[in-house]
Unconditional design. Structure first.
Ligand SMILES: *Cc1c(COP(=O)(O)O)cnc(C)c1O
Length: 408
């Protein structure tokens, strides 16, 4: 049987960069020789290409995905003191961006199949804990006495949230929808309402993307972007990212230093040409994991609803005895991850929000079971078979022990 030489990493960032090394280094040399560091055609070209890739009219390159969520909320009109509804099962950058925009996150639990924001729970939250003023078209949280003005669905692990349902609820309550598409470059959603497939980042008022190196499209450093069909919002974000200036030294507002570096934009353009193919490879790997695990009862594999074409930023299974299994997999030279072990509402950073354990039962239940398996386009067939066999063997043994212990 195949034995891995070193570790099978959870994520291999070395191989794709070795494959593209010459092209990437030529770009860096060109930028250095011509002092192309900030803005310019290289950034504009990437923005055009990424807007096209994401089926959006505009793209604005930014310094990070966190800035992308924050600037999108600001530009779309979220104000100091507003409440923004989102999921507690996401990376903290989502809620950091909400707080940095001056707002306060309010959490709504996830769907147990997709792990994304549950539209039914969103509707129930608005009905039970908020008050809708028909005349003013303002939704106010009863206890906090603050307006809810936006929703940030997160397309977690590369699968889009149920956007038709979320957009319908948002429409009913006059809410801004900003998609956190930081894990979902190229993911698709079949909109029954529009009777067509839509891309991540093209359905809300704006979509936020991260190009952190480990994302499906990653820079060689920090980078992010927003996509939108709204020209005003694109313009505003261009100003916000560049010290609030509409032209040099004419500052209409106080902004930020949040631009996308020219060298990073150039590298992203080189990689963008491969993204559709890389995403296809991830999907094929996910299908293969699914086939290998078909009859395994010991753990639960990802569910892809018929409305979704996920791009598998992560391949997450749910297992019992996760910590033990993770240690055993590491001993078998298989790298894994946990995304994310502690729900946001019980993080120390959010103690002031007043949530407690038990508030979001689905999130809390899955947080102790989820395990991210190796997933990257260059994962080989041999490696995948090895991972699947080890995992099934370890999970089955652990379950048999459990059954034995119960019988005793
Ligand atoms: C990566 C990520 C972000 C933040 O992106 P950065 O580029 O690291 O700032 C935001 N939201 C989610 C869901 C992410 O995975």
């Amino acid at each position: 049987m195949y034995q891995p030489q070193g570790m099978i990493p959870f994520l291999d960032l070395v191989t794709p960069h070795r494959e593209l090394e010459e092209e990437l280094m030529a770009l860096v040399r060109d930028c250095v020789r011509n002092a192309h560091f900030i803005g310019g055609k290289i950034v504009e070209d990437f923005e055009k290409d990424f807007a096209k890739f994401s089926d959006s009219k505009f793209c604005v390159g930014l310094a990070s995905g966190t800035d992308a969520v924050r600037f999108a909320l600001m530009a779309a009109g979220v104000k100091e003191g507003d409440l923004v509804a989102t999921t507690p099962h996401t990376f903290i950058a989502t809620t950091e961006a909400i707080s940095q925009a001056g707002a306060r996150p309010v959490f709504v639990d996830i769907d147990e199949q997709t792990y994304n924001l549950d539209p039914k729970k969103l509707q129930a939250f608005f009905e039970q804990e908020c008050m809708w003023d028909v005349a003013k078209r303002v939704l106010t949280h009863k206890k906090l006495n603050r307006p809810v003005t936006a929703v940030v669905p997160v397309h977690l692990y590369g699968q889009m949230a149920d956007m038709d349902a979320i957009l319908e609820i948002a429409g009913k309550y006059n809410l801004i929808v900003i998609e956190d598409a930081c894990q979902a470059h190229g993911a698709k959603y079949f909109s029954k309402k529009q009777n067509c497939w839509r891309s991540a980042g093209s359905m809300g008022v704006a979509g936020a993307f991260s190009f952190y190196p480990g994302k499906n499209l990653g820079a060689c450093g920090e980078a992010g972007a927003i996509t939108t069909d709204n020209e005003e919002i694109a313009k505003k974000i261009r100003m916000i990212r560049d010290h609030g200036q509409a032209k040099k030294y004419y500052h209409d507002i106080e902004g930020y230093n949040g631009r996308l570096d020219t060298i990073q934009a150039g590298m992203l353009s080189i990689k963008l040409k491969h993204l559709a193919n890389w995403n296809e490879k991830r999907r094929a790997l996910a299908m293969e994991y699914g086939r290998l695990f078909e009859d395994v009862e010991e753990f639960k594999i990802p569910v892809e609803p018929s409305y979704s074409k996920a791009v598998y930023h992560l391949y997450v299974v749910r297992v019992k005895n996760r910590e033990k299994l993770q240690t055993e997999l590491a001993a078998a030279r298989i790298g894994t991850g946990i995304h994310y072990p502690i729900p946001l509402h019980i993080q120390k950073a959010y103690a002031h929000l007043g949530y407690k354990a038990g508030d979001f039962p689905v999130t809390e239940k899955i947080a102790v079971e989820i395990l991210s398996l190796p997933m990257f386009p260059q994962l080989t067939h041999e490696q995948q078979i090895y991972i699947a066999e080890k995992l099934m063997q370890l999970a089955t043994v652990s379950r048999e022990k459990e059954v034995l212990a119960e019988a005793r």
